[in-house]
Design a protein around this ligand. Sequence first.
Ligand SMILES: [Ca+2]
Length: 233
Amino acid sequence: MRRLLVVAGLLVGLMLVAAVAPTSPDAKAANGIKVLAKSGWQQTSLYVGKGTKYKVRYDAGDWTVDYRNFDYVGPQGYPPSTDSQIYQGCKLNSNWPYARLLGKVGKNGPLFSVGGKSFSNRGDVRTYTARKKGVLYLRIHDANSCLGDNGGSISVSVAKKRAGVKIRLPLERIWREPDSAAYKNHCGPGATQVALDARLPAAQVPSIDTLANPTVPHRTRWLSSFDFRHLAT
Ligand SMILES: [Ca+2]
């Protein structure tokens, strides 16, 4: 009998573990945004609130601030040896090289450098926290009056991070289960909700829709260890 209870307990724990997930990765994502070298500030579809975390990923492309005289480069812009050969009168900020990918949040938001050492290879991602609310704009580092001889484009993806499910777990912070198919959650979000309901105040039990959210990772995978600490508020 005791053994049965232990097994039942493990199963319930498993369903719970397998189905509640922390935060869904991206609530909203926009892929394939093409930032043109010949245009100034270009509005993206990403609107962020103050304090919102969002990320930008370099997908493809290169550009130049002078197609007749200078190479095409990625969002990091020109290396100092090249940058120093370019007439300096078209810079928005002398600290950054030409052809650097720049961003701002809101029409009058402060400029920031997106491209750089950590944002120069395809697939590179940079994460930001918005200091104020607004739409994300992107552009090449080259003044508006100097865009005529530019060429190329940089493609990026932008995504906002969702706040996610926040619950306070009264007991364990980490649950460990055998790494076995026997512990996979076959019961679905309803069973998970029941298991959560047994150990949390009603107000903290996530809805079935939340639990069934297909963007939530680990939902159907069996757990060798699942860390709940990042769920705790
Ligand atoms: Ca130019």
